[in-house]
Design a protein around this ligand. Sequence first.
Ligand code: ADP
Ligand code: MG
Length: 257
Amino acid sequence: MTVVLETLELTKKFGGLVAVNAVSLSVNAGEAFAIIGPNGAGKSTFLNLLSGLMPPSYGDIFLNGEAVTRNAPHALRKQGMARTFQNGRLFPRLTVLENVMAGACPGERAHLLEIFMRRKIYDKWQATIAGRAEAALRRLNLWGLRDKFVKELPFGVQRNVEIARALAADARIVLLDEPAAGLNSAERVALVKTLNDLKNQGLAVVLIEHDMSLVMAWSDRIAVLNFGEKIAEGAPQEVRANPRVIEAYLGTEDGHA
Ligand code: ADP
Ligand code: MG
């Protein structure tokens, strides 16, 4: 078993509020790992810490055994950490291919003068990006749609484009924040298939999800957050039967993930 991601006591405070409180967990290659918890439990913040969007107040993050705790998002992308967002961030007026190429861009500052002086290097860099984008699109069966504008595509397909974009940077682990939100049931089925493909290709997949039936059916392991703390972790059946989890979900209408 290869550990891809590990966090130790990861903590984020916003003023007096502890949004993520000393969360330690690890995720393996080829593992379907879900993070659930009531609204405001700290799930999105946890993902923001993992992807370098904000620095933790305390604690550490290891990626493939290397400490990456304060690395910037583009550095983390290069190291194999990919993510999608709760309210997708595709460019609607760009094509599928253009969107995915934006994800493949390793984020190095391409110095303009350098580009003019060293055209060949720039061309090679572009070819690398195009190659990665193509590989990601083919992996998700989107290559045939590469010239379509994103805004013309159904929601479910857009979600897959987001995943392709995340993968285009040679990902080892992909973090998804509520990817099933707004999808119809057929699109959800397609999403689960995509997530399973990624897992079967050896990626670690970390999913924040609202839909309990999806989480219970898909996950190998589930971590439950409540008020920033991890209150339970285990296989779906164990987590479902855990009294602390049941208590955390009491008082919420439908068990928000
Ligand atoms: P979840 O994704 O589980 O619904 P969040 O991670 O979005 O929860 O939020 C956890 C807590 O942190 C909430 O109380 C939220 O209001 C607070 N929070 C999230 N982001 C910020 C921020 N940038 N500044 C201040 N408070 C924040
Ligand atoms: Mg959230």
